[in-house]
Design a protein around this ligand. Sequence first.
Ligand code: 1CP
Length: 332
Amino acid sequence: MRACRRQEVPHTPVWYMRQAGRSLPEYLKVREGVPMLTACATPELIVEITMQPVRRYGVDAAIFFSDIVVPLKAIGIDLDIKPGVGPVVADPIRDRAGLGALRPLEPGDVPYVTEAIEALTGELGGTPLIGFAGAPFTLGSYLIEGGPSKNHDRTKAMMYGEPELWHDLMDRLAGIVLEHLRIQIRAGASAVQLFDSWVGAVAADDYREFVLPHTRRIFEGLAGLGVPRIHFGVGTGELLGLLGEAGADVVGVDWRVPLDEAARRVGPGKALQGNLDPAVLLAPWEVVERKAREVLRRGAAAEGHVFNLGHGVLPSVDPDQLKRLTDLVHEF
Ligand code: 1CP
C-alpha cells in the first residue's frame, strides 16, 4: 500500500499475478471436480484459494480469487470457462440487439464476492487484498469474439467500422466494471487492479479515441474511495503514458520495457508494478536471481515499485522458485 502511494517502504513489496492457480498443488487439489465458475461462486473456496499463495510464499498482498468474466456471468451472459481454453461466450455480441444482454450489475448479483471478501479481510490480518476487474476492451474482446482471440479481428472491426455501437458497448461494460470494483472496495478490498490484458493490440491514437474515455470513467468513479488503483496490460509499451493518464495510481508493466524506461514513459506522480518475464522462472535459480536483481535495480528509478511478474505465473513454474524469489525481493 505504501509503495502504491509512493511512500517510503522497508522493502520492495511483492505479489504475483496468478499467484493462485495451476502452479500450486494445493490449488489443483481443492479444484478437483469443481468447475472454475463454480469455484468463483463459492465463498469457502474463494477464501481458501486466495489464502494459499499468501501462506506458501509470504507475499505482501493477496489477489481475490475470481475471473474477469464473473460479473458478466452474474448479469446472465451465457458463458463458461473451458479448461485449457479460457472464457467461451455462447452468444457473442456483434450487433445493437446483442447489447441488450448487458444490463447494469447490482450488489445482489454477486453476493459470494461480498461474502468472501468480508471473510478474507479477517483471515488476512494486515495483508492487503487486491480486488480486480477486466477492463472494457478486454472484456469486450471475449464478448465479441466469443472466446480467446489472437488478433481481436472482430473486435477491431466493430471498433473501426461501427464506432457508435463500440462506444455504447464500452459504456455498458464500464458501468458494470465500475460497480464490480466498488462492490469489492465496499466489502473490504484495499486496492484494485484493472486488467486490460489485451489492449496492447491497439495503437496509441486508437487507444485515446476508443478506449481511454471508458477506462478514465472507471478510474474517476473510484477516486475518493481511498484505494490505490492499478492499471495493467500486456504488450502496452507504447501505451504506458496513456494507461497512467487514464487515472491509475500504479501502472503495471510487462517484461518488454525495463522499469527505468517505463518510469520515463509514465512520467511523474505514478508508481510502477512489474516486471520479471514469467518464463524466467523456468530457468535455473542463478538466472532468476540475476534477472530479478536487475528488475529491482531498475525499479528504483520509479517513485514507487511493487515487484511482480510481467504477466501471470505460468502453470509449469515450480512453486519453490517463487518462494525463493519472494525472499530475494524482501532481502534486496
Ligand atoms: O481451471 C483453472 O484453473 C482455470 C485457469 C484460470 C484461473 C486460475 C482462469 C481461466 N482464470 C483463473 C483465475 C484468475 N483469472 C485470476 C485469479 C487470481 C490470481 O491472479 O491469482 C485472475 C486475476 C484472472 C484474470 C483474468 N482472466 C484475466 C486477466 C489477467 C491475465 O492473465 O491477463 C484474463 C485475460 C482472464 C481470462 C481467462 N480466464 C481463464 C483463462 C485461461 C483466461 C485467459 C484465456 C485467454 O488466453 O484468452
